[in-house]
Design a protein around this ligand. Structure first.
Ligand code: PEP
Ligand code: MG
Length: 908
């Protein structure tokens, strides 16, 4: 038996999205659960792949299509190409994953001069028939025959202008007939052939065009941007659907709906519709549609049917649906449904609500929210204290605030975005070919279209701010400017848009950090219940600790003490310590640092208690606290020049019989002593110079050469802890040693820790329970993990350094010089400093975990490199049995959800 390429909606398997595409599978499923779907059939993605491979349609496909057309004729009582009651169809693309607007759709296929006459006779509506005809010629001409769209638009505008008509709705049958004829001439002129009259030829060309659109630039770009691989979606299906018309009069309409509000997640009928219009008018933003709430008044019976449809869809799919419908002469048809793309706020809210309504489980509620999407909720909002007045207002189409420079086309947006500029893409309306501009822009502003226009849908999917339909703005893309009243906005002018209110402002308005919603708190608390991995934060200041705790960090997994050394009041003391000529001088500097560090620790412990704080002893090489050789040489040269100038001026004054003015210039002695100090420092800098500082005298190695520094830090930490405990504050402390390569180093630090601990314990009269651990960030530490694990309570993978060590390149050099090309060429899939390299670094980690726990089954193990906040890396950390991840505070919510995902996905 030959292969089956075509399935009618009543026979296709609604679960087989790979074969039938998401839209096709849904049309089958909707038909089979009894929704009123116009009859049709799906041509499979397999047929698409074979066509793309061989550049010809699979044999037998057209016969199968012909047979299905015959069945449609039977079902509808219409005839394809027939003059009496012509069957018209739409030809739509649809792959396994929804890629809104990325591929092409042709409507009203089956119209030619003959069927047009039939349609006029049948409907008695010449205007409607010519409207359908001109739409078909334009879409078919553009998509299937490659005629540039603007050639049609120009003719259209020409006729409109001549007729003195503003909106399309004002055109009469005669105008539309004229437009259709002009369009036919455009096609003939551009293609050198008349427009195809044979309806089966039309269908064949259309099917091929939809197949080809899978490899079109827009679709390829979209797949690359969203990492859609062939195992996720391969090829597009073609849906051939009987046309129903929303433009047959005032009892007809077309609309798009969401079963819940995709901007806020609220459970309310959401969407827009247009009376006497075709679906593309809503999506393309050509006419500004009405809110569905108006339908309740205007067409109450249909509104009731729409609410029923919404309930049926949600109860069946158990997911928010984004659906399209058409009302043809009072009959409601559902044309399409798919899972709604929502912003993070709406995803979170609908998760919590749908669980409460019993529609979904807690696990599903967690899994349906992509952890990285939470990043959107951590974006700034406009500072409510600002007093700027908006210059225009549109619809709040995608929440969040954004400032940037106006740009009027997508290419320019991309260009400026690449150069690091913040831009706002300002358009009359957007089209799918503007997608690269969306990626580059901070926000989108359109002067036409509604909340379900292309701009709004795409911006929401990307979590970017969007104000749509700001009709007070006249955009003139050709002249690269826009007018708002008497203000002219030119390319490069700064504006701010607020996608939550729809307001547009001139200039840049300050923003404030976002607040967590109650629903997000709930969802994250479920995540914490579910996850095995704990989520800590990398924090080294009290302010950072407050933020991290607010984001739900379960403690601090890495407190880098060197950041405290760099604070303005500390640095001179640290420099004195480094410059010390003998042990006594060094100790004097350390004695000054001790109370400062103690204060820092105490403050952090009090904020974080009773959660734990892992303090890492000093890590960077000493020369990092001194100026560079270059800087010192410059300063010394400057001072010497100054000394000469002062001398010269004194001599000149003396020769004129005037006395020099000592209080205006620094004395020569003072200048000399500063020069001497700088020269001394220069000698030290040269002495400390390292060929490769990343692999040099740092971390625990400094503790071996200058034990006093770690001793001071340990004392500061333990005294701070004791002070907290004395006040009843339970400071849960962990001390961590960096850059370890051997157990011997750890043993030496441990001796010092124990000595200081005993002394402080006896002074305070109570015990100081804390954990002692090591960073694992050198390759040798991994190899020696069995031995190290015997000495410590915990390991913390420092995957920033470990990645550098495993790859044998430094992060700075790699990211500045060659890593971007490595990822672009696909030599490396990801930047290993952002996403854990599971194939290299991960193998070492896995081995270290196994060996470490072999010799110390109670060993606690975590990660504190930057990758610890990345969902993919978190999944790996879960799989190899880590106990915690520690990441920067703003990634904590993402990591909490990702930790729950890791557990749930692993269990699957
Ligand atoms: C690491 O190396 O992963 C780490 C956390 O330490 P730092 O980034 O301070 O070197
Ligand atoms: Mg490190």
């Amino acid at each position: 038996m030959s292969k089956k390429y075509v399935y009618s909606f009543s026979e296709g398997d609604g679960r087989n999205k790979h074969l039938l595409g998401g839209k096709g599978a849904n049309l089958c499923e909707m038909t089979q659960i009894g929704l009123n779907v116009p009859p049709g059939f799906v041509i499979t993605t397999e047929a698409c792949l074979e066509y793309l491979d061989r550049k010809e349609l699979p044999s037998g496909l057209l016969e199968e299509v012909g047979e299905h057309i015959r069945r449609l004729e039977e079902k509808t009582g219409k005839r394809f190409g027939g003059e009496d009651n012509p069957l018209l169809v739409s030809v739509r693309s649809g792959s396994a994953l929804s890629m809104p607007g990325m591929m092409d759709t042709i409507l009203n296929l089956g119209l030619n001069r003959e069927t047009l006459r039939g349609l006029i006779r049948l409907t008695g509506n010449e205007r409607f028939a010519y409207d359908a005809y001109r739409r078909f010629i334009q879409l078919f001409g553009k998509i299937a025959l490659g005629v540039p769209d603007h050639l049609f638009d120009e003719q259209f505008e020409d006729v409109k202008r001549a007729a003195g008509v503003k909106a399309d709705i004002g055109l009469n049958a005669g105008h539309l007939k004229e437009i259709s004829e002009r369009f036919l001439r455009v096609v003939e002129k551009e293609t050198g052939k008349p427009f195809p009259e044979n309806v089966f030829t039309q269908l064949e060309i259309a099917i091929k065009a939809v197949f080809n659109s899978w490899m079109g630039k827009r679709a390829v770009d979209y797949r690359r941007e969203f990492n859609i691989t062939p195992d996720m979606a391969n090829g597009t299906a073609v849906n051939v659907v009987t046309m129903v018309f929303g433009n047959l009069g005032d009892d007809s309409a077309t609309g798009v709906g969401f079963t819940r509000n995709p901007g806020t997640g609220e459970k309310e009928m959401y969407g827009e519709y247009l009376v006497n219009a075709q679906g593309e008018d809503v999506v393309a933003g050509i006419r500004t549609p009405k809110s569905v709430a108006e339908m309740a008044k205007e067409m109450p019976d249909l509104y009731r049917q729409l609410v029923e449809l919404r309930d049926k869809l949600e109860n069946h799919y158990r997911e928010v649906q984004d659906f399209e419908y058409t009302i043809e002469k009072g009959v409601l048809y559902c044309l399409q449904t798919r899972n709604g793309k929502m912003n993070a706020q709406a995803m979170v809210r609908t998760s919590v609500d749908m669980f409460a309504e019993g529609l979904i489980s807690k696990e599903r509620a967690l899994l349906r929210v992509d952890p990285s999407h939470l990043e959107q909720l951590l974006h700034p909002r406009l500072d409510p204290r600002h007093t700027e007045k908006p210059v225009a207002q549109g619809l709040p189409a995608s929440p969040g605030a954004a400032s940037g420079r106006c740009v009027f086309d997508a290419d320019q947006a991309e260009l400026m975005g690449r150069a690091g500029e913040k831009v706002i893409l300002v358009r009359e309306e957007t089209k799918p070919e503007d997608i690269h501009g969306f990626f580059a822009a901070q926000g989108i502003l359109t002067s036409r279209g509604g909340k379900t226009s292309h701009a709004a849908v795409v911006a929401r999917g990307m979590g970017k701010a969007c104000v749509a339909g700001a009709e007070g703005i006249q955009v003139d893309s050709r002249s690269r400017l826009a007018r708002v009243g008497d203000i002219t906005l030119r390319e490069g002018d700064l504006i701010t848009i607020d996608g939550s209110t729809g307001n547009v402002y001139l200039g840049e308005i300050p923003t404030i950090p976002p607040k967590f919603s109650e629903e997000l708190e709930t969802l994250l608390s479920w995540a914490d219940e579910m996850a095995r991995l704990k989520v800590f934060a990398n924090v080294d200041t009290p302010e950072g600790a407050v933020v991290a705790m607010g984001y739900g960090a379960m403690g601090i997994g890495l407190c880098r003490t060197e950041r405290m050394f760099n604070a303005g009041d500390r640095l001179p003391v640290v420099v004195d310590m480094i410059m010390a000529r003998d042990a006594a001088e060094r100790q004097a500097a350390l004695d000054k640092l001790l109370p400062m560090q103690r204060r820092d620790f105490e403050e952090i412990f009090r904020i974080v208690a009773p959660r734990s704080v892992t303090v890492r002893l000093l890590d960077p090489p000493m020369h990092e606290f001194l100026p560079s050789e270059h800087q010192l040489l410059d300063e010394i040269e400057g001072l010497k020049a100054y000394r000469l100038a002062v001398k010269g001026r004194s001599a000149a004054l003396t020769s004129l019989g005037l006395s020099p003015v000592p209080d205006q210039d620094l004395s020569e002695d003072l200048v000399n002593s500063v020069i001497a100090k700088k020269e001394q420092m220069l000698r030290k800098v040269r002495e400390l110079h390292e060929v490769n500082p990343m692999l040099g005298h740092r971390g625990v190695r400094v503790a071996i050469t200058y034990p006093g520094i770690y001793e001071m830090q340990i004392r500061a930490i333990l005294e701070a802890m004791a002070a907290c405990m004395k006040d009843g504050v339970h400071a849960a402390l962990e001390i961590m040693v960096p850059q370890v390569i051997t157990a011997q180093e750890l043993k030496r630090v441990k001796v010092s820790v124990d000595e200081v601990r005993q002394e402080i314990e006896s002074r305070f009269g109570f015990e100081l329970p804390f954990k002692f651990g090591t960073m694992v960030e050198t390759v040798r530490a991994c190899m020696r993990s069995r031995e190290l694990a015997k000495i410590v309570d915990f390991f913390s993978f420092g995957t920033n350094d470990l990645t550098q060590a495993v790859f044998s390149f430094s992060r700075e050099d790699a990211e500045n010089k060659f890593l971007p090309l490595y990822t672009e060429y696909g030599i490396l899939r990801d930047n290993p400093f952002e996403v854990l390299d599971v194939k290299g670094v991960g193998v070492l980690m896995q081995m270290t975990v196994d060996w470490g726990r072999d010799s110390n089954p109670d060993l606690k193990i975590g990660i504190c490199g930057e990758q610890g906040g990345h969902p993919f890396s978190i999944r790996f950390c879960h799989d190899i049995g880590l106990d915690y991840v520690s990441c920067s505070p703003h990634r904590v919510p993402i990591a909490r959800l990702a930790a729950a995902h890791a557990k749930l996905e692993a269990e699957r």
